[in-house]
Design a binder for this molecule. Structure first.
Ligand SMILES: NC(=O)c1ccc[n+]([C@@H]2O[C@H](COP(=O)([O-])OP(=O)(O)OC[C@H]3O[C@@H](n4cnc5c(N)ncnc54)[C@H](OP(=O)(O)O)[C@@H]3O)[C@@H](O)[C@H]2O)c1
Length: 316
């Protein structure tokens, strides 16, 4: 496994991270624990969750899984989405951040979070308030590093400029969507973050499973899959004719390179400029093993270029 510095920091994270948003909804406790252990055993140290995944169940299950191996993990969680009905049970205000971090620490059964991320921009809270609250968490030892997720380029640069002005901790990471069918962050977010020392931990690298090749044009999805469970919502988002055109073209490239489509896609994502790690979800431990095999693949420049050219329409 290759470990990379996350943004302009000394924190080393595996270039593949484990996604856990299915824990507590589509994945039960015993399976979730086996998935976390399979990931750690394969060298994945970055485990990403959020307080809203499974309404706290994802954090609780990760807490159980990490009980005797906490120090091996770089544990990343997030706040912002509603955790209750009250007006302060959401967002990135000082009040909500302080409440949310304590609730996450309890569920995770740990006294520190390695990377605490603001899930989305909060337009109702001054960014000075958010950054000051995060700085206080770092000083209190509850949080070691801070990051954001789904922020626009200007929001990241502005937040870090505020932190710099006061000598507070800066965001070392952003967590956006990125895959061959979702490359919009290449326009503004990646160039801004490369200049500002912020790494990308990208989600949906397999486009919900599309780039495993298990969904075929015009065919019903496999019974156990996310598409079968989510129905038309999944199909409208991911199983479109334009996406299938790209999948089929990339399958051709993968065959010629002696790789699976999953390996080609993940190796391409992890090798793109500005990407520090790809967060891959799994509903079974065997999927972790299969996905991790992509970490050993070094794509020749010519193969990188072919995938980049084929997926160019998805940069806009
Ligand atoms: N910051 C944010 O706003 C945000 C938003 C979304 C996600 N995330 C994070 O990103 C993570 C990754 O998201 P994701 O899991 O949706 O991403 P994904 O990598 O695009 O999709 C993974 C899904 O594909 C299927 N799969 C994975 N490996 C497979 C394999 N080898 N063979 C067949 N199927 C395979 C599994 O679903 P099935 O087996 O059920 O089909 C798995 O859940 C989340 O868990 C979460 O931590 C963050």
């Amino acid at each position: 496994m290759e470990y990379r510095n996350l943004g302009r920091s000394g924190l080393k994270v595996s270039k593949m991270a484990l996604g856990t948003n299915a824990f507590g909804t589509r994945t039960d406790e015993a399976t979730a624990i086996r998935i976390v252990h399979a990931a750690l055993d394969a060298g994945i140290n970055l485990i990403d969750t959020a307080d809203m995944y499974g309404q706290g169940e994802s954090e609780r299950m990760i807490g159980l899984a990490l009980k005797d191996r906490r120090s091996r993990a770089v544990l990343a969680t997030k706040c912002w989405y509603p955790t209750g009905d009250g007006p302060n049970d959401r967002g990135a205000s000082r009040k909500h951040i302080m409440d949310a971090v304590d609730a996450s620490l309890r569920r995770l059964q740990t006294d520190y979070i390695d990377l605490y991320q603001i899930h989305r921009w909060d337009g109702d809270t001054p960014i000075e308030e958010t950054m000051r609250a995060l700085e206080d968490l770092v000083r209190a030892g509850k949080v070691r590093y801070i990051g954001c997720s789904n922020f626009a380029a200007w929001q990241i640069v502005m937040a870090n400029a505020v932190a710099d002005r006061h000598g507070w901790s800066r965001f070392i990471s952003n967590q956006p969507e990125y895959s061959p069918v979702s490359r919009q962050i290449e326009q503004e977010v990646i160039p801004a973050c490369l200049a500002d020392g912020v790494g990308q931990i990208v989600y949906f690298p397999l486009a919900g499973g599309l780039f495993t090749g298990k969904y075929r044009r015009g065919e019903a999805p496999p019974p156990d899959s996310r598409a079968a469970k989510q129905g038309p919502r999944f199909a409208e988002r991911w199983l479109t004719p334009a996406h299938f055109d790209l999948v089929e073209a990339m399958e051709h490239v993968a065959r010629e390179a002696g790789l699976t489509l999953t390996q080609l896609t993940l190796a391409w994502v992890m090798a793109r400029p500005g990407v520090t790690a790809a967060i891959v979800g799994a509903s079974r431990p065997e999927q972790v093993a299969e996905n991790v095999s992509a970490c050993e693949v070094q794509l020749p420049q010519e193969v990188m270029d072919r995938v980049t050219a084929l997926s160019e329409p998805f940069t806009r």
